[in-house]
Design a protein around this ligand. Structure first.
Ligand code: GLU
Length: 423
């Protein structure tokens, strides 16, 4: 399918991760003009850089990195940095656009960005990873900054990576600039709760849905794909609330126990053995099997395009909580909708991370430090308010939540562009 949107900003292999069909229906329903469409969907900046890095082996290798920024009418561009072999500029662009929409859904003053380096981080030593990170930041330094574009962690980057980013940027600027990056270690101006805030934000939205449906935590069986920062914390938080986490997976595969997994023990098993597989008492399953396992809530918390036309008809869960970015293809989204499944879309479900990034950025700029209770309270308020906004639009129009969230975001971004005189 080639949509208007696709033609406008897709530039590489057709890794169709956004719900473009939905987006097109928003464009059509809202009667957007050509200018409005262009201002939303054409990136403000698409940057591709290359930089040589010395390897431990003595030789050197040239790495390629990208950074894409979308509309910054609502504030500086914001979004993670991903280290992944499939990090094309087209994929960075999709994910940057999602960040733009996400920040607007939760109504925080940022635009959207995303970037990363084309690399399999597991093949590099710690010293090489540090050199890659610093090389990438030197290459994009002119395009980021506390009031321009603020990176954060994403797939295969973490607090340690953010600390290197901060240090490299500050060396280049020859001054402190803690607000240039979020997701930093607390010792360098980060917020401890940022570690689990993406998962917690998703859990807050899920709790609202459970309340509406009269579901008690003990009756809810959960399957989570991904056991990285988001998946592991989601599993832990849901288990703490009394849900029965029946299956989890990491890149190597998954484990299933219909009576419920003790997530703290799974975490130590992973630490000891390097994987969650072969967990005592559980059955090993594949990542594909996890997606169609009997459960009530399915939370894809890994990579894009996991729920597809091929497996969407077999999903047993009645609720899909999209903790990953773009885990559902447009065709799968249609199938799930027709089957009466409730999909809580990524731009709402996983926005908790960037919300706490906003708190971190604000604190770095003001020099203030919030109590953790204040961080957690505000995160909950923002997530429940965003869900209520999205729910209201969905109820009013009878459309799925993704469609409602898109409409809300598009209206907010266009209003900011209008107020600036850009439309
Ligand atoms: N990478 C995260 C996301 O996709 C967080 C972005 C941020 O905190 O800026 O939402």
């Amino acid at each position: 399918m080639s949509t208007k949107h696709e033609r406008i900003h897709r530039d590489e292999k057709n890794q169709c991760t956004l719900c473009l069909a939905e987006l097109d229906s928003v464009y059509a329903d809202l009667g957007l003009t050509k200018q409005e469409l262009a201002i939303l969907t054409i990136p403000r900046r698409v940057l591709t850089v290359s930089f040589p890095v010395r390897l431990e082996s003595g030789g050197s290798r040239v790495f390629v990195g990208h950074r894409v920024q979308f509309s910054d009418a609502r504030g500086p561009a914001k979004g993670g940095i991903r280290f992944h072999p499939d990090m094309t500029s087209g994929h960075a662009s999709d994910l940057a656009f999602l960040m733009d929409l996400k920040c607007a859904v939760v109504d925080i003053p940022f635009g959207g960005a995303k970037g990363g380096v084309v690399v399999d981080a597991s093949t590099l030593s710690r010293a090489e990873l540090e050199r890659v990170t610093r090389g990438y930041i030197r290459a994009i330094a002119d395009f980021i900054g506390p009031f321009k574009d603020i990176p954060a962690p994403d797939v295969y980057t973490d607090e340690r990576t953010m600390a290197w980013i901060l240090d490299e940027y500050e060396r280049i600027r020859r001054e402190h600039s803690p607000a240039v990056v979020t997701g930093k270690p607390p010792e360098l101006g980060g917020i401890r709760a940022r570690r689990f805030s993406t998962a917690l934000g998703g859990v807050h939205v899920l709790e609202e849905v459970m309340k509406e449906r009269g579901l008690k935590a003990a009756d809810v069986r959960v399957a989570i794909q991904g056991f990285g920062n988001v998946g592991e914390n989601a599993a832990r938080l849901m288990r703490d609330r009394g849900c029965c986490v029946v299956a989890v997976s990491d890149a190597k595969g998954g484990i299933h126990d219909p009576t419920g997994l003790d997530i703290a023990v799974v975490s130590s098993h992973k630490k000891q053995t390097g994987s969650i597989m072969d967990f005592p008492g559980a059955k090993n399953i594949t990542n594909a099997e996890l997606l169609t396992i009997p459960c009530d809530v399915l939370a894809p918390a890994a990579l894009s395009s996991q729920l597809t036309e091929q497996n969407a008809s077999d999903v047993k869960a009645s609720i899909v909580l999209e903790l990953a970015n773009a885990p559902t293809t447009p065709a799968a989204d249609d199938i799930l909708f027709k089957r009466g499944k409730l999909v809580i879309p990524d731009i709402l479900a996983n926005a908790g991370g960037v919300v706490v990034s906003w708190f971190e950025w604000s604190q770095n700029l003001s020099g203030d430090l919030w109590e953790e209770s204040k961080v957690l309270k505000r995160l909950r308020q923002i997530m429940t308010a965003a869900y209520a906004d999205v729910r209201r639009i969905s109820e009013g129009t009878g459309r799925r939540l993704r469609r409602a969230a898109l409409e809300l975001a598009v209206k907010r971004i266009l209003e900011a562009e209008r107020l600036r005189g850009n439309l």
